[in-house]
Design a protein around this ligand. Structure first.
Ligand code: SAH
Ligand code: SF4
Length: 447
């Protein structure tokens, strides 16, 4: 989500306010860090990075404006100014439309520091349309018409979350759920497809709740979210649709069926389970049981047997016993995920879990994390190796991250595939035979 926000803000600053993107932090006159606050580690990393940037600018006697945006700015506000002398701007998640004006004031020296975290509970309805208008302006400025350089793009479909999982800071930093209109989203996706985008990932904190307050369920039982998928699938030129993050409670019959019915919907799903223990799931306020989660997985595999499956898991939630932890290990083994994002529970301010009894000692969290990670890696490796010999369809995304002489893309089930080929392949969909499996990647030869 932050990546998408950063792209939109950069487009607005370059398109409307005539900034240019600097080649590196050292060359920049304005440095903005768009931050995440979901875990303490991310907070610490952002603060460390900002400290280093401000320090470097001082050493080299460089005049530079430094700002924090995003969830961490929203949650910490004024505190960041006290913590980091030399910081000029702290802007909350719902005040992005003011960024350009604030920067003008700072650059012109009318102000030296601005903190604006506004109200977060009411999301201004113009938020996205505002940023979109900026994108469009930036695209129009682009003389080659090559508005979007990558064949893949992210599109925000909603903001905020009302689920209030007891460990999660998102409802505090991003506010109430608010969905964009299907028409607005389709228009944005169509314009991306027209500029060469082949794959769109729909973004939101709880995308499966999209439209639940304002789009009635259709006569054939499709939720607002599935209606949106159907509408996007109609767009010519667009070949692939993905989404993140869904909530297990959103996997009704309509969404499961959509995987069989909509060819553009990639057979891959990242469904956060968080724990395999019903007791912990209840304490987390997740709203489902391990059994229900497994039922969803079985239903999805019935419709798409080769579906790629990923999840998020938190270990060391308050009160988690060894037995609870083992239930999570069992669930991971039973599902055999292709990828698991594993987190150690991190207490966040103003969340119910932070003051729950039986907080788990750090060394126990570390130990459980290490044990589960080993299981996760073994299972993932097996699932990657199973693909050797198979033919996969890949959208070529660009140069391989590890080796500039190779290209890489992703299979429909969301596995990275690395291969040799000419640069003209970027943006095309091609078939590859998998010759070997690496760690969380596949190597292929064109078919
Ligand atoms: N809205 C999404 C993603 C939320 S943040 C969802 O509901 O899944 C991404 C992941 O970070 C979560 O899925 C969770 O596994 C992890 N996470 C969130 N808060 C956390 C916390 N306080 N400590 C540790 N992990 C956390
Ligand atoms: Fe946070 Fe996701 Fe739960 Fe919403 S559904 S409260 S974003 S973890």
């Amino acid at each position: 989500m932050n990546k998408r926000d950063s792209e939109a803000l950069a487009a607005r600053l370059t398109g409307v306010y005539h900034y240019t993107l600097a080649a590196s932090e050292e060359d920049a006159d304005v440095v903005l860090l768009n931050t995440c606050s979901v875990r303490d580690g991310a907070d610490q990393k952002a603060i460390g990075k900002m400290q280093m940037l401000i320090g470097q600018a001082r050493v080299h006697h460089r005049q530079c404006i430094f700002g924090f945006l995003g969830c961490m700015a929203q949650a910490q506000g004024e505190r960041l100014m006290t913590l980091l002398p030399g910081l000029n701007l702290v802007l909350g998640t719902h005040r992005y439309h003011l960024l350009g004006d604030y920067l003008s004031e700072l650059v012109q020296g009318k102000q030296s520091r601005i903190v604006d975290c506004g109200g977060v509970k009411e999301c201004p309805p113009f938020f996205d349309e505002h940023l979109m208008a900026a994108n469009t302006a930036a695209e129009e400025e682009d003389k080659d018409g090559a508005a979007h350089l990558s064949p893949t793009a992210y599109v925000n479909i909603m903001h905020g979350c009302n689920q209030h999982c007891t460990y999660c800071i998102v409802p505090e930093t991003r506010g109430h759920e608010f969905s964009r209109s299907i028409d607005g989203i389709v228009k944005e996706c169509r314009s991306l497809a027209d500029s060469g985008v082949k794959e769109i990932t729909l973004l939101g904190q709880i995308v499966t709740s999209f439209g639940r307050f304002d789009i009635p369920v259709s006569e054939d039982g499709r939720s607002g979210f599935v209606q949106l998928l159907d509408a996007i699938a109609e767009i010519d030129g667009l070949e692939r649709i993905r989404f993140t993050a869904p909530h297990p409670k959103g996997y009704g019959k309509d969404l499961v069926e959509a995987y069989g019915r909509i060819p553009k919907l990639c057979e891959s799903a990242h469904i956060p389970v968080q724990s395999g223990s019903d007791r912990i799931l209840k304490l987390m306020h997740r709203g489902y049981t391990a059994e229900r989660f497994l039922e969803i997985i079985d239903q999805l595999r019935e419709v798409q047997p080769t579906i790629g499956l990923a999840t998020d898991i938190i270990v060391g939630f308050p009160g988690e016993t060894e037995e609870d932890f083992q239930a999570t290990v069992d669930l991971v083994r039973r599902v055999h995920f292709d990828n698991v994002f594993l987190f150690k529970y991190s207490p966040r301010q103003n969340t119910p879990a932070a003051v729950m009894p039986d907080q788990i000692p750090q060394e126990v969290k570390e130990d459980r994390h290490a044990r589960l990670l080993q299981v996760v890696n073994e299972l993932a490796q097996a699932s990657y190796e199973q693909k050797v010999g198979a033919t996969v369809e890949v959208l070529v995304e660009g140069v391989s991250r590890r080796n500039v002489n190779r290209l890489q893309g992703r299979s429909r089930c969301n596995k990275i595939v690395v291969f040799e080929g000419p640069a003209e392949w970027v943006g095309t969909i091609r078939k590859f035979k998998v010759t070997r499996a690496g760690q969380y990647s596949l190597y292929g030869e064109p078919v």
